[in-house]
Write a protein that binds this ligand. Structure first.
Ligand code: OAD
Length: 230
């Protein structure tokens, strides 16, 4: 049986594709307060601003490509039972070929109803205040905003509980509840790939201080020695 490999990814895995991370010099929020564009309050105050913000992000996403880190992670499915839990709202893991991706914070290329939470549809173009669901209620970006519940948190917790190996990659571990997931694993091997990793107390991590692409190349060699069926 293949070992269960759970990957917790954040904005850093997509940085080398040209997607800006959130925290750091050129953070995505530049020019906007987080609460203005990523909270229910911001939405209630100025829907056009929020729609414009995500329309821009969506258009940018359609111009970038998966990088070698996404591709190596996708290739690992040959040797491991891979489960990706990502905080990213981009689709770069899927485009690289990963088949099992849980988007904790939603997906940029989807829209959801403001009334029926489970009405979620693909959305590739700009969204306007006039876009509606099948019952005439307004659509919004399918993003989990600050202050909102994270509906897939229980599923993610169940997934990581039974991991044999965990990789944390490209996340500052600043945003909760996502940052708590790692405390639910019993995996003996936990790797953290990040050029500037956060300090995580009370848990033993194997730090790989490198960019996502370099770090995953290095880590793939280590992982190959840990396959069951070699
Ligand atoms: P952050 O922007 O907080 O952190 C990005 C991490 O990526 C940092 O630890 C960087 O050191 C690292 N990094 C930068 N360049 C890298 C590279 N080339 N390779 C690998 N790592 C690199 O992003 P997240 O932790 O993902 O939520 O942020 C979590 C959440 O905060 C996001 O999902 C978003 C945001 O608010 C929502 O939109 C709800």
């Amino acid at each position: 049986m293949k070992k269960k490999l759970v990957i917790l990814s954040g904005a850093g895995v997509s940085a080398e594709s040209g997607v800006q991370t959130f925290r750091g010099g050129n953070g995505l929020w530049d020019g906007h307060k987080v609460e203005d564009v990523a909270s229910p309050r911001g939405w209630n105050m100025n829907q056009q601003l929020v729609l414009d913000f995500y329309n821009k992000r969506r258009a940018e996403l359609l111009t970038v490509e998966p990088n070698d880190a996404h591709k190596i992670i996708a290739e690992l499915e040959k040797d491991f039972d891979v489960h990706i839990i990502t905080q990213n709202v981009d689709d770069l893991h899927e485009r690289a070929g990963s088949t099992n991706v849980l988007h904790l914070h939603g997906e940029l290329l989807k829209a959801r109803s403001t009334v029926k939470e489970d009405y979620v549809i693909d959305w590739f173009g700009d969204m306007t205040e006039d876009d509606i669901d099948d019952e005439g209620d307004q659509l919004r970006p399918h993003i989990v905003w600050f202050g909102e519940d994270v509906p897939l948190m229980n599923a993610a917790t169940r997934t990581i509980k039974t991991a044999d190996i965990v990789i944390i990659i490209g996340t500052s571990m600043q945003v909760y509840p996502a940052a708590n997931l790692v405390f639910h694993t019993h995996a003996p091997d936990i790797y953290y790939v990040d050029p500037d990793p956060a300090k995580v107390d009370d848990i033993e991590l194997n730090y790989i201080k490198a960019s996502a692409t370099k770090g995953m190349k290095q880590l793939k060699k280590l992982l190959m020695k840990k396959r069951v069926n070699d």
